[in-house]
Design a protein around this ligand. Sequence first.
Ligand SMILES: Nc1ncnc2c1ncn2[C@@H]1O[C@H](COP(=O)(O)OP(=O)(O)OP(=O)(O)O)[C@@H](O)[C@H]1O
Ligand SMILES: [Mg+2]
Length: 189
Amino acid sequence: MGTREAEQYEYLASELDAYTHWFAAPDPYSGGFFLAFTLFAEFSDTARTARDMTASFLRGAGADQIVGDAQLVVSELVGNVVNHAMPDHRLARPGGCRRIDVTFKMWPKWLFIGVADEDSTPPMLPVGESFAPQLAGELSEAVLPDSGRGLLIAQRLATSVWWTPEDKGGKTVWCRFDLDGGSEGEPLP
Ligand SMILES: Nc1ncnc2c1ncn2[C@@H]1O[C@H](COP(=O)(O)OP(=O)(O)OP(=O)(O)O)[C@@H](O)[C@H]1O
Ligand SMILES: [Mg+2]
């Protein structure tokens, strides 16, 4: 096996390992850290509460180093529910608030963050970059797009970003941060 093949094999094995830990129900004796809470899109302090809960969870789990990045990503994902989510007809409550279910799972070296809403419409995850980073550096803010940056920021800061449909309707947007020397934000080998 060549060096590149060995690297690709190692990369795929580590991705599969991470996927297994995201997908599997956590073992209560595994020493992981978990938190789930519900916010409501119509409340004025929703984004701030999400950021505060993120910091408190990560500091409690000893992952201070990713507090800033995780807070920014959570802010963007929660902001997206506030700005874009329209609950499926059968989940909408007349005059009711829109639910945002936030989940954190840190176990053992990956942090998974899920932000769920009641809208089955998928998020429009950016494919590729609108501007090469070196070109974007030369451009003034004025010519860069005013929106469509949130998920791009999440993709840049987290190792991966994806979404899953929920059985009852709605979806969850997920992201994963790799801890202790993981390949945060690095491209595929
Ligand atoms: N939770 C969501 N529910 C429904 N649609 C979503 C959701 N999140 C994102 N989208 C869709 O994906 C698009 C891209 O999201 P993104 O966060 O990248 O940009 P934006 O929210 O439009 O702008 P910005 O984040 O820069 O203010 C959104 O415009 C919206 O159409
Ligand atoms: Mg957004």
